[in-house]
Design a protein around this ligand. Structure first.
Ligand code: SF4
Length: 567
């Protein structure tokens, strides 16, 4: 249908897909860069750049709605981008004054490393405690003040090509019923043509995935991921300690799979608590939501959250493969930035500043492209050159074998750790190669007898909650009468091969109870998959962790999904 209908189209100079820290920092830097260029050429007599038309499209209803992070932010990038950001009201809730590393040894026991022994990876003093939702909103306002247009509620659905060049993006159609027929409210998506398209759609973005596949941009290693599940609680003011940041490891997951936790104090007596397991578990029952619920029953957390009130819930995946998992960053007419391009310093638990810096480097490249009116790889390839000379590359280089070391086992990791630190990230083996995370999942028959069933856990409704209950706290909303945006290529596989081999892991890894195997009333004795797409919090875990790789996350109607106020 979408091929035959008439569509509106528009042309801009630069199109950004996604309104996150990478794209918004990029759009702002682009406007600054054009001004700087024109001031330079005015003095030297060169050719100025016409004020560019710059558009950001965002699938969320508002800028920031889909932003979630453990936002203890390294201020490096924002200091470069807007040196007077504090005077301009950048949303800092607190600055970190106490960095704590805590080991959760058993269900009851935990110990903090002495302050002087806090490893540099966990030392965050001076960092900004913030909310990525508010950071995106603030950056959006700065962009608009600089002349950038932002269209929230528009999801990028397809890349537009002219030969082997990206020439823009088609936004998603709206108003289609669950059977794929147009409703009275039908609105066809729009074709937006651009000289340069910058993809910063977050982790496992639909268009980024298409671009990486179509142009074979994948790096030496595939990208690998974690899923962070996060809650915000309003706690007893006597227990609230602004400036405190705790990172920890241990119970309940220990290192099966490798997992970490974070906790920090926001303003208004709020605390942000998260648990972050890798998505390369051997167990098909790896369940990031359940891990957080169990973690909250640790004596230390129970004490903190006693009498507290749950305020917010959400989940997000993180790209943690590092330098060797990054794709090539440019093609004719397009650039990749932020999470979409694997900009994340996983060892130092910091991604926002890397994402912003990638956007800023992309922007400087686009200024040069505008000045030369050349949008091919000849000019856009300068993005990689700029990256290689930047502190973002140095950071990635120094942690390049972090994930790879885990891949070789816990013993190797801890043996290699001091050697990596002493050799500028090299360690005993460089590079360490690895495969995609989902390939680690074992079939039930390969697991010990006692691990072939999902463990039972009773949610108490006070401290621990089911996924169905928590989804309400994500603010996620989707029109039920539309095609499911979770596309499962073969649902027969779910009730036969997957049920037998893996026990339907989608019911475990999805943190929002989207996937449910139920009795098929039309076929007694059989089961079928029901997809509750309305619940989806857009974390992309299913697209990544499914062992058969038959689940594809696609954008639902623009404006739908979570509403991550303060996350
Ligand atoms: Fe995340 Fe997929 Fe579940 Fe949506 S359906 S919440 S993207 S795992």
């Amino acid at each position: 249908m979408s091929q035959e209908i008439e569509r509106e189209s528009m042309e801009v100079d630069v199109l950004f897909v996604g309104a996150g820290p990478a794209t918004l920092a990029s759009a702002l830097r682009l406007m600054q860069g054009v001004e700087e260029h024109n001031a330079r050429v005015e003095a030297s007599g060169g050719v100025p750049i016409e004020p560019p038309t710059v558009l950001v499209i965002e699938k969320g209803a508002e800028v920031g709605d889909h932003m979630l992070s453990g936002a203890v932010m390294n201020p490096k990038a924002i200091r470069e981008l807007v040196p007077d950001h504090e005077q301009k009201g950048f949303p800092i809730e607190h600055k970190v004054t106490k960095s704590i590393l805590r080991f959760f040894l058993t269900e009851k026991l935990s110990v903090a490393a002495p302050g002087f022994a806090t490893p540099p990876q966990f030392y965050k003093n001076g960092y900004y405690v913030s909310s990525l939702n508010r950071i995106a909103k603030w950056l959006g306002e700065q962009c608009e003040a600089a002349g950038v247009e932002i269209y929230p509620g528009f999801a990028g659905d397809k890349l537009l090509y002219q030969g082997k060049r990206v020439v823009g993006v088609r936004t998603g159609d709206m108003g289609i019923d669950r059977d794929g027929n147009p409703k009275p409210t039908f609105q066809p998506g729009m074709d937006i043509f651009a000289k340069v398209t910058v993809l910063g759609e977050g982790v496992r973005g639909t268009l980024s995935k298409q671009l990486i596949h179509d142009f074979q941009l994948q790096g030496m290693n595939p990208q690998v991921y974690e899923t962070g599940v996060k809650e915000i609680w309003k706690i007893d003011p006597k227990k609230h300690k602004p400036g405190r940041v705790i990172h920890g490891m241990g119970w309940p997951n220990y290192f099966k799979p490798v997992s970490g936790m974070f906790m920090y104090d926001l303003g208004d007596d709020l605390v942000s608590v998260g648990y972050v397991p890798m998505l390369d578990a051997e167990s098909p029952f790896n369940d990031p939501h359940l891990a957080l619920q169990k973690f909250k029953t640790h004596a230390f957390m129970k004490d903190l959250l006693e009498g507290a009130e749950l305020v917010k819930y959400g989940a997000k995946t993180l790209p943690v493969g590092g330098l060797y998992s990054q794709p090539k960053l440019y093609v004719d007419g397009a650039l990749l930035v932020g999470d979409s391009a694997g900009f994340c310093n996983a060892e130092y638990l910091s991604g926002i500043h890397m994402a912003m810096k990638s956007g800023m480097l992309a922007a400087d490249t686009i200024v040069e492209a505008l000045a030369q009116q050349d949008f091919t790889t000849k000019t856009l390839g300068g993005y990689t050159e700029r990256y290689r000379k930047s502190w973002a590359y140095d950071e990635h280089w120094n942690v390049r074998n972090f994930h790879g070391s885990w891949e070789l086992g816990m013993l190797f990791f801890f043996l290699n750790q001091p050697i990596r630190m002493a050799t500028g990230g090299r360690g005993l083996i460089d590079p360490i190669k690895f495969g995609p995370g989902h390939e680690h999942m074992k079939k039930l028959a390969q697991l010990p007898e006692g691990e072939r069933k999902k463990e039972e856990f009773e949610f108490d409704g006070k401290l621990t909650f089911s996924k169905e209950h928590l989804v309400q706290f994500s603010g996620s909303a989707h029109e039920p009468d539309q095609p499911s945006h979770l596309v499962v290529a073969d649902t027969n596989l779910c009730k036969t091969q997957c049920a037998e081999e893996y026990g339907n892991p989608c019911e475990s890894f999805c943190p929002a109870a989207v996937y449910e195997m139920v009795d098929d009333t039309e076929k007694p004795g059989e089961r079928k998959l029901v997809i509750h797409h309305e619940n989806c919090v857009h974390c992309k875990t299913c697209d990544i962790a499914d062992p058969y790789q038959v689940i594809t996350w696609t954008p639902p109607e623009g404006g739908e999904g979570p509403s991550y106020d303060r996350m």
